[in-house]
Write a protein that binds this ligand. Structure first.
Ligand code: SF4
Length: 338
């Protein structure tokens, strides 16, 4: 028997977190994305990633049983090619010993979740589905345009003049205009990996985002995620991929401890911000490229703001680096892949 599939539920190459972190604090971006320091506590990340892997397998299997589903960029109809959700979690953990401590607790979370929601939430169309968009002009409008998946390799070339859009429209990319920078002349790209897309009974399409949280508080989460730039990108992309059916975004909030609450609120639209999201991306990419060329990565602009530097999860892990510079690098910050 051929090896069963472990779905890649990892981050996409040029996702929102890159630009979001740069806009929050350019120096924090430089520490992690340029100098290569590891500053995010791994526990929360590992738990979330494991939860995503487990959810992805359950929904991929349901999607196959419903008649077929996109998983990553491949169409699948045979559920037997996928590891079961719990096997997938165990396999993912076995690839890295540090992860094993999270397996049992997250399997427990999954079982509680399935006890509450044993049925598919609709017709599952896509799981861990990658979407790539570029800044440019199409159909007489400048903005962020989703490209045909077969065109993705051409998005990284400075020789690319036009690209085919998701529905065959012609896109003329507006490339990075930063002479001297490595990416000068290349299309400005944004990638997202949808956790899931489903169709409801009224044939409306919703993009779902799974969030594993210690305490599910739907009102708070809805407000925070509504203004998160990644959700603007989801909405812009969703409207292009499913122009007639796209309805919006849903959070799948899963509490990781007793009483194992699950909430599925919809995320309110943000039309003003979405309307100039492409310009925000344009400015951020050019600001980032300019900094790349003009100064050492230790001297990038710093937010230096009490609520940015001391946020929801406590102090920014880089406060000592900002205070004392390179001499404050600790061993556990090393070994981070950019
Ligand atoms: S401590 Fe503040 S200024 Fe320094 S990296 Fe963190 S957020 Fe930026």
């Amino acid at each position: 028997m051929t090896e069963q599939i472990l779905i890649d539920a990892g981050r996409s190459l040029r996702g929102w977190s890159r630009i979001g972190q740069y806009l929050k604090c350019p120096q924090l971006f430089a520490y992690t994305n340029r100098i290569g320091l590891s500053l995010i506590p791994t526990g929360a990340l590992q738990r979330g990633s494991l939860g995503h892997v487990i959810q992805a397998h359950q929904h991929a299997i349901w999607g196959c049983q419903q008649g077929g589903v996109w998983v990553d960029d491949v169409w699948h109809e045979d559920a037997s090619v996928f590891l079961s959700p719990e096997e997938a979690g165990a396999t993912w953990c076995s690839q890295n010993r540090e992860r094993e401590q999270y397996l049992e607790p997250m399997i427990q979370v999954f079982r509680r979740y399935m006890a509450k929601h044993p049925e598919p939430p609709g017709r599952i169309l896509a799981v861990e589905y990658p979407i790539t968009a570029v800044l440019g002009r199409s159909r007489g409008t400048w903005g962020l345009w989703v490209v045909d998946p077969t065109e993705v390799p051409r998005c990284t070339r400075s020789t690319t003049q036009t690209l085919r859009g998701f529905h065959g429209n012609v896109i003329t990319p507006t490339p990075l205009n930063s002479p001297g920078h490595l990416d000068h002349g290349k299309p400005i790209m944004m990638t997202r990996r949808l956790d899931m897309a489903i169709q409801d009974r009224a044939k409306r399409v919703w993009i779902w985002d799974h969030k594993h949280q210690a305490m599910v508080q739907p009102n708070k989460s809805v407000g925070a995620y509504a203004i998160d730039g990644g959700f603007a990108a989801f909405r812009i992309m969703g409207k292009q991929v499913w122009p007639d059916e796209f309805a919006g975004l849903t959070l799948n909030l899963i509490q990781t401890r007793d009483p194992w609450r699950v909430a599925r609120p919809t995320v309110p639209p943000t039309p003003h911000r979405d309307g100039h999201f492409a310009e925000i991306l344009w400015r951020a990419e050019h600001g980032l490229a300019q900094l790349d060329m003009e100064t050492t990565h230790w001297k990038w602009p710093k937010a230096m703001h009490e609520t940015t530097c001391y946020g929801r999860y406590g102090a920014c892990p880089a406060t000592k680096l900002c205070s004392f510079g390179e001499s404050a690098v600790e061993d556990e910050m090393l070994n981070h892949e950019i």
